[in-house]
Write a protein that binds this ligand. Sequence first.
Ligand code: 5GP
Length: 337
Amino acid sequence: EEFLKKLPKVELHAHLNGSLGIESLRDLAERLYGSTSEEFSQLCQRFIQFDRNSDLDACFKKFSFVHELTSTVEGLRYATELAVRDFDKDNVQYVEIRTTPKANSNYSRRDYLQTVIDAIRTAREKYPRILVKLLPSINRAEPLAAAEETVSLSIEFARSHPDLVLGIDFSGNPGKGRFADFVPILSRARDMGLKLVIHCAEIENPPEVKEMLQFGMSRCGHGTFLDPIDITYLKERNIAIECCLTSNLKSGTVPDLKEHHLKRLMKADAHKVLCTDDSGVFDTTLSKEFLLASEVFGLSRNQCISLTLEAVHHSLANDEERNQMAVKVKDYAASLA
Ligand code: 5GP
């Protein structure tokens, strides 16, 4: 729908390596390896195919396909630019990109973050309409030492790039690692002024959900298995739940979109935002997510505008930036009247 495509959208839950559309994957491979082979195109096609039997574990395996392409400084730099290009193409005016700093024979975690930061700065010049922020991620499936390093580097980069590095994301396979083990590390990040966005209740695990809610967060990722008491708890604390419809459907955590928890959140009038999660892996865009929500839950145009303003409110940007974003959304709404 043209209305949704032109809406100056706000994306708050997007993983870098999951956010490259099929064309960008091809562009990236072409840049890295010269012309792309038919074989590679087929691989890309298979990459975005919706496999009915896929589950969360299968989805996590898919990331290794992109991780190979971003395993060099050049690949990572170009991938970051392409991800920004893809969001800009969809008329996203603001995006918080999250990514797990990695270390391999080509780069250290420090190099990884520096490369992504440099690429975001370049992308800002190429795509001046879109404002990009960075949230380094902790992968809960990795050892605590990796998380320690990510937090130390994030504190440092948040000091040298305060307009860009705003917080930390806690993600990775929710079946692995224990949240409680990461609490001291996450506390240090928060004490140093970093905001925390946490994947919470992505699978059924009530004890962990309680630990996470008690610990606190700036926003809740997914929240698929929150119970009504949890939802009220988040609502009272003005914490938004990041809803990713296609991602939840394709990774099997939600069996049918009609049953998606967005319905319960709307009924409870909880704080919620629509997000893509991994627009490349799940072959979606933020416009498509709004369209889906409109089709399944009957969202009106006004509700789409309100949801976008809600995303502005819950973004980690500063007041001035949020005011500017809100003005763009309101101007757009007024132009339709
Ligand atoms: P990257 O951090 O490499 O830029 O983005 C891909 C990574 O983000 C995945 O390997 C995984 O750790 C994390 N991720 C992406 N999508 C999801 C999701 O739906 N749930 C969780 N828990 N983690 C995710």
